[in-house]
Design a binder for this molecule. Structure first.
Ligand code: 5GP
Ligand code: MG
Length: 475
């Protein structure tokens, strides 16, 4: 339901970057399974290979061999609901008068329509309805008139919404994070270069060191020869809008995002869940894999008599239940995916812990499964608040009417999933665990109030939208 994509960019002294990009995309595969792509530049020309499919299927030896150059970017894309199509696979690349551009985007713009209309009126032809192409055309246009840094600044003053970008402009690799820092992006150091990536796990995979997060509103330009990077704070921000769901579900637990190790945040959230609504049962078990860190934090906070155990096994070859188009298929997929371990469950009172409830499919199936396996009581604890509203920072959106919590109380949901008890985590606990104020987080999906100016929805802050229009963009 939320926008997840993975982006990466690498500059090295003189080593081909195709392979390190490929390994990074493997490390970011959880952020998108629909398509994968790499764009490189060798100082003379741009190379690209972008296809539908998983990273391991998209590239073979000869594809990687043909991606020349020591500078490049990569992208993995999350499946959109319904039809799988080729239009939006990334990186998006264009060649124009003053050079070549490649763009990889994680996020979602909310004013694409206006900019697209304006650029179309100026003669730009669009091949997709994606917002990444709009950013590429706007930037290409600005680059005809201005240097790289000013051109990026001008584009940032026009686009509104959520974006972490890695970009190639000829052989120069750059990274940009939107002024509210909605999606993650970090900088890493390699032996012979630098890397920009959605998550630090990609940097670890390359044996690199995390330098720091890219700051909201910051542009990072990697040196073409891998010797360093320059940074420009192009937009000053007073308030951020970090997506809390990155820490709850999207990101790998072994990544550090905005200075917090995701695994520890999840364990803290699990501990808070015990403090807020702990119940003593014979056993505490996670819904694998997303509930694991929460359940271990919860069980650690509970008294000694409460055992932590694996009570559910996951078939790792079953795809994400979300891709199943119909409810019936989704229910079947849950049964294929999860099977109880009888000895943990039979004759026991159990607490089962997951990170979130979206449609409610997983939890209803689970509760039924655990009763069938002989559980005496099934209590459900969730490491996030109820998801009551859609995510507009995304494209694979569950609509309001699909969200089980959109129009139901917690008691009504408990009744629907047939659990003995059900509790969610409070919003305050989320802000606490992240060591930040809730006003610096995007909590749209759990409050229905967004840090952006979205038509038909409420906003939780003073939204100052940048003026759209080529002439009014200030430098
Ligand atoms: P539900 O079955 O209630 O529709 O979804 C809840 C389950 O989906 C949880 O186990 C959670 O880990 C997972 N989940 C939460 N958000 C997302 C998402 O955006 N995409 C995918 N694929 N799974 C999600
Ligand atoms: Mg899950």
């Amino acid at each position: 339901m939320h926008e997840k994509c993975g982006v990466v960019g690498i500059s090295t002294a003189d080593r081909d970057v195709a392979r390190p990009l490929y390994y990074s995309l493997y490390a970011l595969q959880h952020r998108g399974q629909e398509s994968a792509g790499i764009v490189t530049h060798d100082g003379f020309q741009q190379y690209e290979h972008v296809e539908m499919g998983l990273v391991g299927d998209v590239f073979d030896e000869s594809d990687l061999d043909s991606l020349n150059g020591s500078n490049g970017i990569g992208h993995v894309r999350y499946p959109t609901s319904g039809s799988v199509n080729n239009c939006c696979a990334q990186p998006f690349s264009v060649s124009f008068k003053s050079g070549s551009l490649g763009l990889a985007h994680n996020g979602n713009l909310i004013n694409t329509g206006e900019i697209r209309e304006e650029l179309a009126a100026l003669g730009h032809a669009f091949t997709s309805d994606g917002d990444t192409e709009v950013i590429a055309h706007d930037l290409a246009r600005n680059l005809l008139e201005e240097d790289l840094v000013r051109a990026v600044k001008r584009t940032m003053s026009r686009i509104h919404g959520s974006y972490s970008l890695t970009i190639t402009h000829d052989e120069t690799v750059l990274g940009v994070r939107d002024p509210q820092g909605n999606r993650p992006l970090c900088i890493g150091e390699l032996d012979d270069g630098y890397v920009l990536a959605s998550e630090s796990a990609a940097i670890d995979t390359l044996d690199g060191d995390l330098v720091r997060d890219v700051r909201p509103g910051e542009l990072v330009v990697l040196h073409d020869d891998g010797s360093g990077f320059d940074t420009y704070q192009l937009v000053e921000t007073e308030q951020t809008a970090h997506c809390f769901f990155e820490h709850v579900y999207f990101a790998r637990p072994d990544s550090v995002i905005d200075d917090e190790l995701v695994y520890e945040v999840r364990r803290d959230l699990g501990g808070a869940l015990w403090e807020e609504s702990g119940i003593e049962t014979d056993v505490v078990m996670p819904v694998p894999d997303s509930g694991r860190a929460f359940a271990s934090g919860y069980a650690d906070a509970a008294p000694d008599g409460v055992d932590f155990a694996e009570g559910l096994m996951k078939n790792r070859y079953v795809g994400r239940t979300f891709i199943m188009p119909t409810q019936d298929e989704r229910e079947r997929a849950v049964r294929l995916k999860l099977n109880p371990i009888k000895s943990t469950v039979e004759g026991k009172t159990v607490t089962v812990i997951d990170d979130s409830i979206v449609r409610g499919t997983t939890s209803s199936q689970l509760v039924e499964l655990l009763y069938e396996a002989g559980a005496e009581e099934v209590h459900v604890r969730i490491g996030a608040p109820p998801i009551v509203a859609p995510c507009y920072m995304g494209i694979d959106m569950a609509s309001r009417d699909e969200l089980i919590a959109a129009d139901r109380s917690v008691e009504e949901i408990r009744d629907e999933i047939q659990a003995d008890s059900l509790s969610y985590l409070s919003i305050e606990a989320i802000a606490d665990a992240l060591g930040t104020s809730d006003s610096d987080l995007c909590l749209g999906c759990v409050t229905g109030e967004y840090p952006y100016d979205i038509e038909g929805e409420q906003t939780d802050r003073e939204v100052t939208r940048p003026a759209v229009g080529h002439s009014s963009a200030d430098d």
